[in-house]
Design a binder for this molecule. Structure first.
Ligand code: C2O
Ligand code: CU
Ligand code: CU
Length: 496
């Protein structure tokens, strides 16, 4: 409430007043936006959504360091267009996208479109681009007509800085609308988006610098937010359906989701629809992953808590633990106790609607053909020459000028990803999605397309990937972004 009023005030106030509030930068940024790019209105509505119009999604996205409302405090974070999370982009298959990106941070950055099937080169989903401080860059690409409806997201991807920038707040949704949204039961459901983020903050709202040990484990923040709010409420129509579309935009934190007294009906994951809803009481959502669930409003009207249940993702043993947190910096907030359920949001019953059933069928998934090539990737950490302790794939830390894996366009490969380490690693591949074949030899229980898959310690996960449409250099990596920055990434060259 407070924050909304303050925002209005900022927009209405004179520049002198605004200066007094210490938000000179915001004003400057708003001005520079107006000066440097055409005055087209970008269909930005009050909920901070930018949608494509007549087949074109055009927007200005500016990264800058700003004071923003976060939960019940003001925090100084890294923002897109002064918002945490950034604006929600919405487009359809086949649309053109033109994003005027401005870097007003003090360090280089870039954009990655996680989940979108795009060229990994040129002005599209090119993570090797560097946009320097004060520079601008216009991203231009077409959403593939093959892209299916679902949740994707954008975030920075400059190797070495990804975790710092993401944990500072830089992330936003990129939604593709498609047939999924037209399935009658889904269309009738109430739709809500939940962007899960965590931040490491001092009491005064400044970001805590990360130190080495927590980085090894993957940093976890002491403030958890959903859409920039702490424990927000979402309403569920009695007898109706609530469609929760959730992304884990945290650097390292896992969310083991569970809703009091209500099962989840999983309908999509990582931006791809399942064949039919799957009933689950808990869903583990690792960094980078997305899910869509339906909730049935068939219980006693009231308030129900969405929580993250305890989950052990491993530890560095003697080396890791312990060091995190205590003392040294004084006014930092306490760490969150990961051994008890952590409240994330409250689901509140509202006035009833005519009873809605779950959809029976969603979208068919055809299995991929037999692979032409199989490969293994083993995940672990260890000493790396010239780097010290690093995170490794097949014993190697990422190097800019080496190509770790080469594949051929229009082939299907099967990758066995083996975790020989002591921590869980969510494995992510850019550009093409994959089907999950088996985990420790056990066939995956239902057909699914994914782009990020958890490989628990000791596990072997087999995935099958078709390399389609685009050639060039792309990457695969652990989506605990501290691990990615510390070397757990490989480059993948797709050749003709
Ligand atoms: Cu969401 Cu390569 O990342
Ligand atoms: Cu990605
Ligand atoms: Cu990892």
């Amino acid at each position: 409430m407070k924050s909304i009023n303050r925002r209005k005030f900022l927009i209405l106030g004179t520049s002198t007043t605004i200066l007094a509030l210490g938000t000179h930068q915001l004003v400057k940024n708003l001005r520079s936006n107006n000066n440097n790019f055409s005055n087209k209105s970008y269909a930005l509505n009050s909920e901070n959504i930018i949608s494509s119009q007549n087949g074109l999604l055009e927007a200005t996205l500016e990264a800058s360091y700003q004071e923003v409302p976060l939960g019940n405090r003001t925090a100084k974070l890294l923002t897109y267009n002064g918002q945490v999370p950034g604006p929600r982009l919405e487009a359809k298959p086949g649309d053109k996208v033109r994003l005027h990106f401005i870097n007003n941070l003090s360090q280089s950055t870039n954009l990655h479109y996680h989940g979108l099937h795009l060229p990994p080169t040129g002005k599209a989903d090119n993570v090797f681009l560097e946009v320097k401080p004060k520079e601008k860059f216009t991203y231009e690409f077409d959403i593939s007509p093959k892209q299916t409806g679902g949740i994707n997201w954008y975030h920075p991807h400059l190797h070495g800085l990804v975790a710092d920038q993401l944990s500072g707040g830089l992330a936003g949704l990129f939604i593709i609308r498609d047939q999924l949204d037209e399935i009658p039961e889904i269309k009738a459901a109430k739709e809500e988006f939940l962007v899960l983020q965590d931040f490491s903050l001092y009491d005064n709202g400044n970001l805590l610098p990360a130190n080495r040990m927590p980085l090894m484990m993957g940093r976890e923040g002491n403030v958890i937010t959903v859409n920039g709010k702490e424990n927000p409420s979402f309403s569920l129509p009695e007898n109706g359906l609530l469609r929760l579309r959730i992304v884990n935009a945290s650097t390292s934190r896992f969310y083991n989701l569970s809703l009091e007294n209500h099962p989840f009906y999983l309908i999509a994951n990582d931006g791809t629809t399942l064949e039919k809803p799957i009933e689950l009481s808990e869903i583990l959502l690792t960094p980078g992953e997305r899910i869509e669930v339906l909730i049935k409003g068939d219980k006693n009207p009231g308030n129900y808590q969405l929580v993250s249940l305890p989950y052990n993702r491993g530890s560095m043993g003697m080396m890791g633990g312990g060091m995190m947190g205590r003392g040294m910096m004084g006014n930092r907030r306490n760490n969150i106790d990961n051994n008890t359920p952590i409240p994330l949001a409250t689901i509140t019953y509202e006035n009833g609607v005519t009873p809605l059933n779950l959809p029976r069928e969603l979208m068919p998934i055809s299995p991929l053909p037999q692979p032409q090539t199989t490969r293994q990737f083993s995940l672990n950490h260890g000493m790396s020459p010239g780097v010290g302790m690093a995170f490794l794939i097949n014993g190697e830390a990422y190097q800019h000028n080496t190509v770790q894996t080469q594949v051929k366009l229009n082939t299907v490969e099967e990758w066995e990803v083996i975790n020989t380490g002591v921590m869980d690693h969510p494995f992510h591949v850019h550009t093409n999605k994959f089907q999950v074949i088996s985990v420790n030899g056990v066939p995956n229980p239902y057909p699914t397309w994914k782009d990020t898959i958890l490989v628990r310690r000791g596990e072997r996960v087999r995935i099958r990937i078709p390399f389609e449409d685009f050639t060039g250099k792309t990457v695969y990596h652990c989506h605990i972004l501290d691990h990615e920055d510390l070397g757990m990434m490989g480059s993948l060259l797709i050749n003709t």
